[in-house]
Design a protein around this ligand. Structure first.
Ligand SMILES: Cc1ncc(COP(=O)(O)O)c(C=O)c1O
Length: 382
């Protein structure tokens, strides 16, 4: 109430539909009682449907970092891991695996790109890792590991477990967990699944469940405990009961919409926005092959200071986009496009960016940019 409601074009959390917000306005029930058992089971079933997986899911009351930490705590101890590192979240994944006792070798590339698949595979042959880990969509430069499927296959054929941080991709990009052979995947509620922040999850293959570390140095993220309790439709520790209601409702909406349609909405929207922003004089930061479909990053022309530009978008138009992280802090603008975003908001974003680019002397072709949006399917009625 009274809170200024800016349009969020940040890489999560995203704006949450009223239906989903209202779903959480229900009584807090006993988490060891029948009504929680029902919501717990139903949420698990829906999550598996949305993720198009038959693997086991474990729901955590924690943000995405918690899911990544669970992945590390339960698989890193005493193992050798090869990490494909494309940015801040790749570095964090490597660091987390080290904290939990893995010997880590990283493969990197220049920022805004990814190492070539052949380079990763030859490192795999040299290092002979027990684990191959990567971030599917590194949110910090906006790099998508477009060969995730081939990489997973190469890792599996060498007997390694495949661990993936897909926090900023699940629901917003092509991802076939089972067919690609991903053993452990971490995701979160507040990005492309368009639920409030606070819940995350780990998806485990049968092989992963048989290979959980024996000496897990964590109580809260010990997945064995979650799997045991899951058999009785409970979590080992007190879950955020009301967030379960909201998450369930968000998943329900995606199922109603159609999972594949939800994903292609993200993919097509990203492609249209890359074209629209190019018409406005913004240059994609990432090489074409590795451009994210959920976090679009751009460098600005010399006459435009990225940080000041973002400030103006917020203060003058009530539109929030993100800046760079780490080394990219003042160099790039990142536009998060996750969940269902009304066309009205997308048009507002592109128009505001166009007007401000023009004001700074950039040759921005706003009609052409808006023309790209006009080609997009409208999902207003859904
Ligand atoms: C790829 C990736 N991994 C992990 C995280 C951490 O998620 P959270 O902020 O929910 O802890 C993020 C958040 O942006 C992310 O983009």
């Amino acid at each position: 109430v009274g809170r200024k409601r800016n349009l969020l074009f940040i890489p999560g959390p995203v704006d949450v539909e009223e239906e989903v917000l209202l779903a959480s306005a229900k009584p807090v029930v006993n988490h060891r009682g029948e009504s929680f058992h029902e919501i717990f089971e139903d949420t698990k079933v829906k999550l598996k449907e949305v993720l198009l997986t038959k693997n086991e899911v474990v729901l955590l009351t924690a943000s995405g970092t918690g899911a990544v930490e669970a992945l590390a705590a339960n698989f890193a101890p005493g193992r050798k891991a090869l990490v494909v590192n494309n940015g801040e979240f790749g570095s964090r994944l490597a660091e987390t695996l080290k904290v939990y006792g893995a010997e880590v070798v990283e493969v990197t590339a220049e920022l805004g790109s990814a190492p070539r698949l052949e380079a990763v595979v030859s490192q795999m042959d040299a290092v002979k890792p027990d684990i191959v880990a990567f971030v599917y969509n590194d949110t910090s430069p906006g790099v998508r590991l477009s060969y995730a499927r081939e990489l997973s296959k190469e890792a599996k054929s060498r007997g390694a477990l495949v661990l993936v941080d897909a926090v900023s991709a699940v629901g917003g990009d092509e991802l076939w967990i089972d067919a690609w052979g991903i053993d452990v995947l971490a995701g979160a509620s507040q990005k492309c699944l368009a639920a409030p922040p606070g819940l995350s999850f780990v998806v485990l293959s049968e092989e992963a469940r048989e290979n959980l570390a024996k000496d897990v140095k964590s109580i809260y993220f010990d997945l064995r405990r979650y799997l045991e309790y899951s058999a009785k439709s409970e979590t080992p520790f007190t879950p955020a009961v009301t967030l379960f209601y909201a998450f369930n409702s968000a998943l329900e909406r995606i199922l109603r919409f159609g999972v594949e349609k939800w994903i292609s909405m993200h993919v097509e929207r990203a492609a249209a926005l890359y074209r629209a922003f190019a018409a406005l004089g913004l240059v994609p930061f990432v090489k074409e092959d590795y451009r994210s479909r959920t976090v679009l990053s751009f460098t600005t022309p010399h006459s435009v200071n990225a940080t000041e530009f973002r400030k103006v978008l917020t203060e003058k138009y009530g539109i929030e986009v993100a800046g760079g992280l780490g080394k990219l802090k003042d160099r790039i603008v990142r536009v998060g496009v996750m969940g269902r975003i009304p066309m009205r908001d997308i048009v507002a974003l592109v128009t505001a960016v166009g007007l401000e680019m023009k004001r700074r002397g950039v040759e921005a072709n706003l009609p052409e940019a808006l023309g790209e949006l006009a080609k997009l399917a409208s999902y207003e009625h859904l």
